[in-house]
Every structure is written in structure tokens, then in C-alpha cells.
Design a protein around this ligand. Structure first.
Ligand code: SF4
Length: 227
């Protein structure tokens, strides 16, 4: 909570900010000499679907925009309205592979539109994310899925995760039902008691107000385990 955002980023905040974001976008489009790429007679706006990378790895993407710079280079652009920058450029690398597999042309650069600042990041190369590299990562994910290996990846994105309630790593209240990492999983015990109200919009946040020194454990005992 802050003076500017007494109710955090609620619907009213987004209503005002959304208009500002749109105006920022319109201003940038008017000032920029970048133009939307056209492919098969269609503007590259929200283009997507499923293609097979290397002919065998199905990859489903929807790409916000693909632009052509004044120098004639293709740039995939992702619209960002959040306050944080992405941790990696892998998403845009996937997009480059998707375009290459679909149209036989590879956008060499990616960039982000920062709606809050009203600016585009400097374009960066996507050379790292070749179809071979992406294919190898997808192969690993396929194997992990086959063997039911799911490694928690805790971060800001957890606030938007659709299965956070089932995730022990962020204190999900139903993790005892779904998550083998939860010591209560498979023991037929009831719902983990909610020990605090550290939630953000109903979604568990990382970290809990637990006295580790007293409990000797990251988690307090379950209600059923208490004497
Ligand atoms: S809440 Fe759990 S399952 Fe969801 S993204 Fe975070 S670590 Fe992964």
C-alpha cells in the first residue's frame, strides 16, 4: 500500500492506469517509425496457434506484435503492463522459434513494451534460442512430465499461478491434497490450518509469519498433530 495507491492496484487504479497505458501506446506508435509486419496478408497482431518445432515438438504461442524496424529487421514485441521486468527472455525466444517454424522467417530481435513507462526496451538478439535449443528444453519438459517431476519455481509469477492453492512451496491451503512435497500429502489429514492472513488477493504469498525458532520447523504443527 502507498500514498499513491491506498487500495493497491484495484479496479479503479487499473481503470485510470489502463487509459494512460493506451495513450502511451498510441503516442509511441505515432512517433515510432516501426510498422506492423504483415504475413499472408494479415497484420502480425496476436498471431499464434500451434506449430511443430523441428517437426516434432508442438509449441502453442500467441504473439502480441511483430514489428519491422526502419532498417527492415523483424522484432517480436511483448506488451508488459506489470511493474516487474521478466526474469528471462525465453518467452520471446520461443516466439522467434514459433515464427521460424510457421513462416520460415526468423525474427532476430525481441523487445518489451513497458506500458507504465510508455517506452520500448532496446531490442536484444534472440540468437540463443535456436529451434534445437528450444526443442531440447521441450524434450526435457516432456520427460519430466512422463516421470511426474515437477520442480517448484517460486517467484513473483506465483501470485498469478492457477494452482497456487495446491502448491506447498507457497503455503497453498490445499497442498496436502495435491502436492507430494507436503509432509501431510497422502496421510489423510485435513486442511492445513491457516496460520496467518498473508494473502494477496486471496492468493498465498511467499513466506509466512511463522516463528521458526519456536516451532523448530518452517511450518507449525498441523491441527491434528497438536497435543
Ligand atoms: S505457486 Fe507453486 S506451482 Fe505455481 S508457479 Fe509458484 S512454485 Fe510453481
Amino acid at each position: 500500500m502507498s500514498k499513491e495507491k491506498p487500495n493497491k492496484e484495484d479496479a479503479n487504479w487499473w481503470y485510470d492506469a489502463g487509459q494512460e497505458f493506451c495513450e502511451n501506446w498510441i503516442d509511441w506508435r505515432n512517433e515510432s517509425r516501426w510498422r506492423i509486419w504483415e504475413v499472408n496478408g494479415q497484420p502480425a497482431i496476436e498471431i499464434g496457434g500451434t506449430v511443430n518445432v523441428l517437426g516434432k515438438f508442438p509449441l502453442k504461442c500467441y504473439i502480441d506484435r511483430i514489428f519491422v524496424t526502419p532498417a527492415g529487421e523483424l522484432v517480436v514485441l511483448d506488451l508488459k503492463s506489470g511493474a516487474r521486468s521478466p526474469d528471462s527472455d525465453f518467452q520471446l525466444g520461443l516466439y522467434a522459434c514459433w515464427v521460424e517454424a510457421k513462416f520460415g522467417v526468423r525474427p532476430p530481435y525481441g523487445c518489451y513494451w513497458n506500458a507504465r513507462k510508455g517506452e520500448v526496451s532496446p531490442p536484444f538478439p534472440l540468437d540463443l534460442y535456436t529451434q534445437e535449443y528450444v526443442g531440447a528444453v521441450l524434450e526435457m519438459l516432456k520427460k519430466a512430465k512422463q516421470h511426474e517431476i515437477y520442480i517448484p519455481n517460486v517467484g513473483e509469477h506465483c501470485k498469478r499461478c492457477g494452482v497456487a492453492k495446491a502448491c506447498y512451496s507457497v503455503g497453498g491451503e490445499d497442498s496436502h491434497l495435491y502436492d507430494p512435497l507436503d509432509p501431510s500429502y497422502g496421510r489423510g489429514l485435513g486442511r492445513r490450518p491457516t496460520i496467518d492472513s498473508q494473502t494477496d488477493g486471496g492468493i498465498p504469498t511467499v513466506g509466512r509469519d511463522v516463528d521458526i525458532a519456536q516451532s523448530g520447523s518452517l511450518w507449525p504443527p498441523l491441527r491434528q498433530d497438536r497435543p
